[in-house]
Write a protein of this length. Structure first.
Length: 378
């Protein structure tokens, strides 16, 4: 329509002068458009005031009125390309990403977060990601189990003690071999939002022909996908878990244990991976070595008990809170080897029951612990 203000993307006159991106600072948004309404007044600005504020020499009043009429008939979205802002009737990428993100279900988003977390923890022994209850944490294995609980876990629904005391087949044997990494509610909300944005940007890139995205828009979507993935990984893996709950011996008596909470959000752990922070938090409670002096005492060796089967010793380490918490049975094997090397103990194969006692079938077989024997009999 001749005489109307053009609203095309490539025109320098795509909007009234107070929205123009022409060189120089240009006129500012009129005060009548920015002033807040007083209590009881309608929000917004009257057409006559708006026209008067925009009117400039050489610009016909009817053109402004016609442009306002056109604006009422269609939706416009603010676009930004490097240095310039402009209005277009096509939705901007921010809206498209938001709309696409809402198409993903909560379970799809959680599944992607789960994959991210497992990828970060891949190759780490003893780790359990989102167990489906106490039965999801293995029992009767000589290994410290570190369970990262589900984002929707709540203490009211499943108390932490349930994971310590119960296993799939009944009461847990390895009471001294469990650590629980507890989620922080707020951080997982951020992880969900970042993951949605990441999935949405990827989905839109796969549909670029359908939407007719320009190369610049594809680059922007790629940046959004990369930023979303990075943010999701950071939120889900680095900050989403707040503390570790570890069962330790109750020094005051019953019950047998109490849960000690260790904060994972210390500034001193910044820059480390999630599992590195968990290991650091547990460093004063779970050990990679047992001293030669402590091992005989823990085993109860003495005149009344001259020997103990290594299989029983390993079980005791993971069953009783009086024993030192260790990461794996290899720690125990190395402690036995060191005790033999220091002349503080011996190692033999071939035990027999002699009445109510266990004896060595052939005492001459007592020898220093070899690496092969360690692997076979511990």
């Amino acid at each position: 329509m001749q005489g109307r203000l053009p609203w095309t993307a490539d025109s320098e006159q795509t909007a009234p002068r107070w929205l123009s991106s022409a060189s120089g600072p240009g006129p500012r948004l009129p005060s009548c458009c920015t002033a807040s309404a007083r209590e009881g007044e309608d929000r917004g600005v009257l057409e006559t005031d708006l026209v008067a504020a925009v009117l400039a020499p050489g610009l016909d009043r009817n053109v402004i009125v016609a442009a306002l009429h056109d604006l009422r008939e269609e939706e416009l979205y603010l676009h930004y390309t490097g240095r310039r802002y402009r209005f277009e009737p096509t939705p901007n990428l921010t809206k498209l990403v938001r709309d696409e993100a809402n198409k993903f279900t909560a379970s799809e988003v959680l599944e992607m977060i789960h994959e991210q977390l497992e990828e970060q923890l891949k190759g780490t022994s003893g780790v359990v990601v989102w167990p489906d209850g106490p039965g999801g944490i293995a029992d009767s294995r000589p290994l410290m189990s570190v369970a990262y609980l589900h984002p929707d876990w709540t203490q009211e629904r499943t108390p932490p003690g349930t994971f310590v005391e119960q296993a799939r087949s009944g009461p847990r044997r390895d009471l001294n071999g469990v650590a629980l990494v507890l989620p922080g509610s707020g951080q997982f909300d951020q992880a969900r939002q970042s993951t949605r944005s990441w999935l949405a940007a990827q989905s839109l890139l796969r549909q670029k022909e359908k939407y007719g995205f320009s190369p610049e828009q594809c680059d922007e979507l790629t940046e959004k996908a990369t930023a979303g993935r990075r943010s999701a990984a950071t939120a889900a893996v680095s900050r989403a878990y707040a503390s570790v709950a570890l069962p330790v011996k109750n020094r005051s008596g019953a019950p047998a244990y109490e849960l000690e909470s260790i904060d994972l959000r210390s500034p001193l752990t910044a820059g480390r991976s999630l599992h590195e922070r968990v290991q650091e938090a547990l460093a004063h409670r779970v050990f990679s070595t047992v001293t030669v002096d402590k091992l005989p005492s823990l085993a109860g060796l003495g005149a009344e008990k001259p020997l103990v089967p290594l299989a029983d010793l390993v079980d005791w380490f993971y069953s009783y809170f009086e024993f030192t918490k260790v990461w794996s049975r290899r720690v125990i094997a190395e402690a036995v080897a060191n005790a033999v090397a220091a002349g503080r103990g011996g190692y033999a194969v071939g035990l027999v029951n002699s009445g109510d006692r266990i004896a060595i079938r052939e005492p001459k077989l007592i020898r220093p612990l070899t690496q092969t024997a360690t692997a076979e009999h511990t």
